[in-house]
Design a protein around this ligand. Sequence first.
Ligand code: PHE
Ligand code: FE
Length: 293
Amino acid sequence: MGVVERTVLPKAASPDWTIPQGFDLYSEAEHQTWTTLYERQAEILPGRACEAFLHGLEALDLHGHGIPDFQQLNEKLLELTGWGVVAVPGLVPDAVFFEHLANRRFPAANFIRGAGELDYLQEPDIFHDVFGHVPMLTDPVFADYMQAYGKGGLRALSLGSLANLARLYWYTVEFGLLETSEGLRIYGAGIVSSRTESIFALASDSPNRLGFDLERVMRTLYRIDDFQQVYFIISALQHLLDVTTGTDFGPLYHKISHMPDIPIAAIEPGDKVFTRGTQDYARSGGRVRQGAA
Ligand code: PHE
Ligand code: FE
């Protein structure tokens, strides 16, 4: 699911948009780019990323020795939670994306960013998709959430409510924070795959940090071009799974279709406020986004 998406099926792709990863075709320089990105994140994520993510990184051996081979990765992932990674040329149509998730397949771009653009991404690459997303898929609860989201996505498409559901993905899967007894931790892929946002999301005074509320999140606008101005905090992965699978989104879509969208930096009467942000970063103009989701 993406902001920009290809609508024409590339010649080499199957009808489900998958392509061979082409592992043997990566250059030394491309493997080196992975390693550089990996080492930068490995240094800052302990104490910032949640346990499930760090554990997944270990369990999958998403080493700093170059781009992972999906075949090897899938042996471990399949055994852990029944998920698999499939290669795609980049962003794919929403229905294709949801169909993969609903079947416990995570579509990942097979290309990597250039060595000169480590911090800037126009489109999610293999580092974002695999390093950012796949470790969480080793967690049984999160694994179920992603599959349920895929099924929910197909339903939202048929109901014309994808814009609302997409916000849930954005504020959880991509930019979610988790409350733990040791403090806030990151589980969102858009954060953990970005060096600068990994620091900003937890430490900056600028963004609001609010308790997760399903309806509230689905009404909230988001930005794709810079650091987030609001992060939503879940109390547990299990809670996220329970509240989303335990809610029939049909009536909820209907209800919020009559309500205004919530501006990005707003604080609403019912919000549980962890941090009221200064919004100084956004007010001073921010800068070009440091990662992609
Ligand atoms: N329960 C949702 C529905 O009724 C589906 C869903 C589950 C969506 C989990 C997102 C995440 O459509
Ligand atoms: Fe992503």
